[in-house]
Design a protein around this ligand. Structure first.
Ligand SMILES: Cc1cc2nc3c(=O)[nH]c(=O)nc-3n(C[C@H](O)[C@H](O)[C@H](O)COP(=O)(O)O)c2cc1C
Length: 189
């Protein structure tokens, strides 16, 4: 068990590109002392099966601690459980809307709500295109509440050769937001 200051809550919700969550968890495994606390929505399980052709348990196995999304009594449901923040990767518009509304209807949304109320970093890798006015307004709401909306927008300055290179770039940008050192992509210099 690491010190509380190195616990990172990771949410995966049911948008396209669950590979982002998979690669992010793998990347975190290479970071000394970082402890991942994973909560996946039911939608995430479905997108992992449909888009990755994998058993969601294989993705869960990449995390240090895994929570049932229905368990609102879990540790990450309380602000007294100290963490360095939370990443939702990928983040569906459904989850974004739930976070913006503060509904806390499942553990993923509750953990995000707690992260905001405790003024800890909350990074939402929001994936949808095009965006409706509702999506944009929800992004504005969560940004005003302190979250960072970080869409998985590809860059080419690091000369990606594979899809994994593109995924690693987004994962690296997330870790940058948390101030965690990594070498997931080549920086522009
Ligand atoms: C294969 C698949 C891909 C999806 N892709 C997206 C997406 O890219 N963005 C999005 O907002 N919703 C997407 N959805 C819809 C969400 O899964 C759906 O709105 C769900 O209720 C979200 O719930 P959750 O946020 O609790 O996971 C997708 C659904 C499926 C089955």
């Amino acid at each position: 068990m690491t010190t509380p200051s190195r616990r990172l809550v990771v949410g995966i919700s049911g948008s396209s590109a669950p590979q982002l969550g998979d690669v992010f968890l793998r990347s975190c495994q290479g970071i000394a002392g970082l402890e991942t606390h994973l909560v996946m929505s039911a939608g995430a399980r479905r997108s992992i099966e449909l888009e990755m052709g994998e058993d969601p348990a294989a993705v869960e196995a990449l995390a240090d601690v895994v929570y049932d999304p229905a368990n609102l009594g879990a540790a990450i449901s309380s602000g007294s459980f100290r963490t360095i923040g939370m990443v939702v990767i990928p983040c569906s518009m459904g989850t974004l809307g739930g976070i913006a509304a503060g509904t806390s209807t499942d553990l993923l949304r509750r953990a995000a709500d707690v992260t905001l109320k405790e003024r800890r970093p909350l990074i939402l890798v929001a994936r949808e295109t095009p965006l409706s006015l509702i999506h944009l307004r929800n992004m504005e709401t969560v940004t005003l509440a302190g979250a960072t909306v970080l869409p998985p927008v590809p860059a080419f300055y690091h000369k990606p050769k594979t899809i994994t290179d593109l995924l690693l770039h987004t994962c690296g940008r997330v870790l940058d937001q948390l101030g965690i050192e990594h070498e997931l992509y080549r920086r522009w210099s």
